[in-house]
Design a protein around this ligand. Sequence first.
Ligand SMILES: Cc1cc2nc3c(=O)[nH]c(=O)nc-3n(C[C@H](O)[C@H](O)[C@H](O)COP(=O)(O)OP(=O)(O)OC[C@H]3O[C@@H](n4cnc5c(N)ncnc54)[C@H](O)[C@@H]3O)c2cc1C
Length: 302
Amino acid sequence: MSEPLAALRAALGTRVRVNEPLAPRTTFRVGGCADLLIEARRVQDLIEYARLARAHGVPVFILGNGSNILVRARGVRGLVIENRCDQFSLEDADSAQAIVRAETGAPLPGMANRLARQGWAGLEWAIGVPGTLGGAIVGNAGAHGGCIADSLIRVTILDPSGAVRELPKTDLGLAYRTSRFKHAHDAIILRADFTMRRDDPTACVARMNQYIEQRRRTQPTEPSVGSMFKNPPGDAAGRLIEQAGLKGKRVGGVEVSPVHANFFVNRGDATADDVLQLIDLVRARVYEHLGVELELEIEIVG
Ligand SMILES: Cc1cc2nc3c(=O)[nH]c(=O)nc-3n(C[C@H](O)[C@H](O)[C@H](O)COP(=O)(O)OP(=O)(O)OC[C@H]3O[C@@H](n4cnc5c(N)ncnc54)[C@H](O)[C@@H]3O)c2cc1C
């Protein structure tokens, strides 16, 4: 272990884990280890761990629910902070709207569900998106015609200099499945404020149930990272992959899902290298057959 890592490990004490496997902490269930991993359950801890790592010159990677990343076999160098800060509350609620102030480790489906059942509309689309709020902001997650950018007001971040500051939505570069944070890893999103609209709880829950049912019919249930590629303008990546004859294509333990071709599924023994090979193969084949360059929606880390 390098000197800075050893010093950081000593500073973090018994809370930190060494050479911690990341596969069980991702929805794909593949990938190597983190040099160091620590869980943060309070925002103050998240800030403290990140500042300590930076003071020791050790890179930091924030892990949400690991549902939009592929961790390479060699794993992640430095400190992985697993964000488990999951508190959220309603503020300034009146008869028409409210602001939800949330910590970014909050699981999206749980948040959407609780708010909908209380008659707050705006996040129902997120019921089947198995990530944390932080990961969802980074990728401007969306589904069923809605996305994070629709109701986000502002975020609070720990910036690269170690300062805590607020940024309005307009400064976040939110666009289709991206933001200024994607691939940057220089800021940590600590909290986020959203606008919610008052609605009939029964109507909110009915919308969620409809989305859940739609997913059940169209998406596989094996471990995956959801959509592998972004949809090219005016088209669907899944349709293109299917048209290139790749539904069911397999490399080692990973397969282009026969249910939805933009999902790669882990058949139980997939490795990160299998997934990387299948990504290359699918991209090459789709380009060859249809002249379209598919862009990854997920992030490859490590
Ligand atoms: C079955 C399935 C269905 C899915 N359906 C959808 C869908 O309908 N729509 C959609 O958009 N996505 C979908 N996804 C993808 C994924 O769930 C979302 O992108 C989700 O928002 C990622 O959140 P996460 O917490 O898992 O992020 P992670 O995968 O843990 O992290 C993603 C990136 O965000 C960074 N990050 C996470 N938290 C923070 C933070 N607080 N501060 C700074 N950086 C941070 C990480 O470092 C990493 O770079 C699906 C995935 C699966 C497995």
